[in-house]
Design a protein around this ligand. Structure first.
Ligand code: SF4
Ligand code: SF4
Length: 261
């Protein structure tokens, strides 16, 4: 038992420091500067009326972008438990409920402001810079991926997310304007540069393959054992909430919004 405890502690410490090591490497090797260089190329949109529609879900992000958020906004981060209470709960709730109820991005606060605006990921920056046809084509691809994920979950876990969630779509923004629309080639080039930065972390053994396709909220929960270290009552209440949400999902009008059908 003593060996097991020592082993568990060493395992936890290794995970607690993993992001900090990656942040130190990114700082020392100019990776954050390169990331800022990519972000600086994205044209700025004007005309946002702050309706919050586009922040109605989590966003895909690379690991370097996740580290940049931590570095800018949570410099003392060691693991989930060192985040402010409110952020811990928002991230945890978002992750546990992600496939059962529609939720806004965990970084959108009660005042309708982005809590990580200066470090927001590429996906948030390019929203509003695309032509309508590009935007619609992109969403068709996202929905295809969601349906594929749903089939995999059903096959491997016996759980099928509600169709309205898989078909969910953030509408094209009619309010913002941009001097130069981004093209698929531009966005692909930026995304490739981000993946290259992730590659540098990967080859330094600072990120795992599992993180290559993670997302902003999910990154906080990939650390092994994190759920076991959270307060039992919080986990229990969230799990009960998930069950209730699943039981009620077919009668929940909120599930019918933005379903893209
Ligand atoms: S960019 Fe458009 S959809 Fe997003 S908050 Fe502004 S007005 Fe709303
Ligand atoms: S990170 Fe910020 S800008 Fe991006 S979806 Fe979340 S709240 Fe909106």
């Amino acid at each position: 038992m003593a060996y097991q405890n020592a082993h568990q502690n060493a395992h936890q410490n290794a995970h607690q420091n993993a992001h900090q090591k990656a942040i130190a490497f990114a700082r020392e090797n100019g990776l954050f500067n390169q990331l800022e260089g990519i972000y600086a190329q994205v044209p700025h949109c004007d005309g946002c009326i702050g309706c919050k529609t586009c922040c109605a879900e989590s966003v895909d992000t690379t690991y370097i972008e996740f580290l940049y958020v931590l570095n800018c906004y949570y410099p003392d981060y060691q693991d989930l438990l060192s985040l402010p209470d409110d952020m811990q709960k928002r991230l945890l709730k978002f992750t546990l409920f992600e496939l059962s109820i529609p939720q806004k991005c965990p970084f959108l606060n009660e005042d309708g402001c982005c809590e990580v605006y200066e470090a927001r990921p590429l996906a948030c920056r390019v929203y509003g810079t695309m032509s309508r046809s590009d935007y619609e084509a992109n969403y068709r691809a996202v929905i295809r991926q969601n349906l594929h994920l749903g089939q995999m979950l059903q096959k491997e876990k016996g759980f099928m997310p509600h169709r309205a969630l898989m078909m969910r779509k953030i509408p094209f923004c009619e309010h913002v304007s941009v001097t130069t629309q981004t093209t698929t080639a531009m966005r692909t080039a930026w995304q490739n540069e981000l993946v290259n930065l992730d590659g540098k972390l990967y080859f330094e053994s600072l990120m795992s393959m599992a993180r290559l396709n993670g997302h902003l909220a999910g990154h906080f929960f990939i650390e092994d054992g994190i759920l076991e270290r959270l307060p039992e009552d919080l986990i229990t209440s969230l799990r009960i909430g998930i069950l209730e949400a699943l039981q009620n999902q077919y009668n929940d009008p909120a599930l019918q919004i933005n379903n893209g059908e």
